[in-house]
Design a protein around this ligand. Structure first.
Ligand code: GLN
Length: 385
């Protein structure tokens, strides 16, 4: 087997979800809500299946969805997009990430990435022949500093891969961090792949896309996901938006990977994206309630919860919670003996992992969260008494 792939472990999400399936443990690991998702959008998909929309759509995506994306980003972020040349629909954000990396990275190109690092980036960068240059962030604030960035970015850098809001930390980078990254991208002529799938799952300040910063419009591939926005993670409808030249280049990789994406689901995603601003506010407040329930429960059980501003995840600091086990040992014990699956954040590091942080997904029914909190409380008591 090709060594790039034979060396790969099974993803942490697959490993932990498999334990949940086998043992019946509550799954607060892999990020997916247990609610069925917006009924009108699901109904629109069913109608699209019954009324056409079942043959190959255009390679770039159906016009309704590309138009809806251009309108959506104009309304929400004031980005002026030509739907015909600057929008590429993909089969999920993971395909968009792969297509962007494979089409932009050549043998020997340096690629700057930030740890903790979402698991899909590194194997693709390696497969494309890129040389990873990593910045390592630390809890509790996961701040990017200029000195660390300048140590890895420079004239040989081809690409920056930037996940904002960030998984697994739930961090939303502030304006100063965005300005720093944009300034360095422009200075060193770097293209940015921005994985912004969490753009609407934010609590507090609105999300600012890196593509809107000075000098970034023509050097950014902004990636999004209907699965995240509409809490329908199995749909795998994603997209890339970019300036015309970049979009044409990334589309070349997309055409030989999946070529197209189910047209019926695209039609339904287009309807969802046209929803009024109020819908997005309501969606967030539903998540905010579950998030507060998990955070309060964890804190009452003695866990130290880290600050976060976005995503479906919160993290706890095990060490600061009085637990001596590292994250992997705790996650394994909690899954196999405690009945709750979580994600150890060290899995998101390539080098010098931070080993005391655990990620938990909060978008579950109240009763499920309460049961999980009870089990986590018991485990902490057992480990600290
Ligand atoms: N994005 C999901 C998460 O972070 C996982 C998706 C996957 O399993 N690859 O939990």
């Amino acid at each position: 087997m090709n060594p790039v792939y034979s060396a790969l472990p099974t993803t942490i999400f697959e490993k932990m979800s498999a334990i949940a399936r086998e043992t019946g443990a509550i799954n607060l690991g892999q990020g997916f809500p247990d609610a069925p998702g917006p009924e009108d959008i699901r109904r629109a998909a069913a109608d699209a299946v019954m009324n056409g929309y079942n043959q190959y759509p255009p390679m770039l995506g159906i016009p309704e969805l590309r138009r809806a994306l251009a309108d959506h980003y104009c309304r929400h972020h004031n980005i002026d997009l030509d739907w015909q040349t600057e929008v590429v629909v993909t089969s999920g954000a993971t395909e968009a990430i792969a297509a962007a990396i494979l089409s932009l990275v050549s043998e020997g190109d340096e690629v700057v990435m930030i740890q903790p690092l979402y698991d899909a980036y590194m194997p693709m960068v390696r497969r494309a022949g890129g040389i990873p240059r990593l910045i390592r962030l630390e809890p509790p604030h996961w701040t990017i500093d200029a000195t660390a960035l300048d140590a890895v970015i420079g004239p040989k850098t081809r690409l920056l891969i930037f996940n904002n809001p960030a998984n697994p930390t739930g961090k939303m980078y502030d304006r100063a961090a965005l300005e720093l990254l944009a300034e360095r991208c422009v200075r060193h002529d770097v293209t940015a792949i921005c994985d912004e799938v969490w753009e609407h799952i934010v609590f507090g300040a609105d999300h600012t896309p890196l593509i809107t910063l000075p000098g970034m419009r023509e050097r950014t591939v902004k990636i999004g996901s209907a699965g995240k926005i509409f809490a329908l993670t199995g749909w795998k409808v994603g997209w890339m938006i970019a300036g015309k030249a970049l979009a044409a280049q990334v589309a070349k990789a997309h055409q030989f990977m999946t070529f197209t994406t189910p047209p019926n689901l695209q039609a339904a995603a287009a309807i969802g994206l046209a929803k009024p601003r109020d819908w997005f506010v309501g969606m967030r407040s539903g998540f905010e309630r579950s998030r507060a329930r998990l955070v309060t429960g964890l804190e009452s059980a003695g866990y130290k919860v880290l600050p976060s501003q976005a995503t479906w995840f919160v993290s706890v600091d095990l060490e600061a919670s009085g637990i001596e086990l590292d994250d992997v040992s705790f996650a394994d014990k909690m899954a196999l003996e405690g009945g709750v699956v979580t994600i150890p954040v060290s899995a998101f590091f390539e080098e010098e992992p931070v080993r005391n942080i655990l990620r938990l997904c909060y978008c579950k029914e109240d009763a499920v969260l309460d049961e999980a909190i009870g089990r986590l409380a018991q485990m902490r008591t057992a480990l600290t008494s």
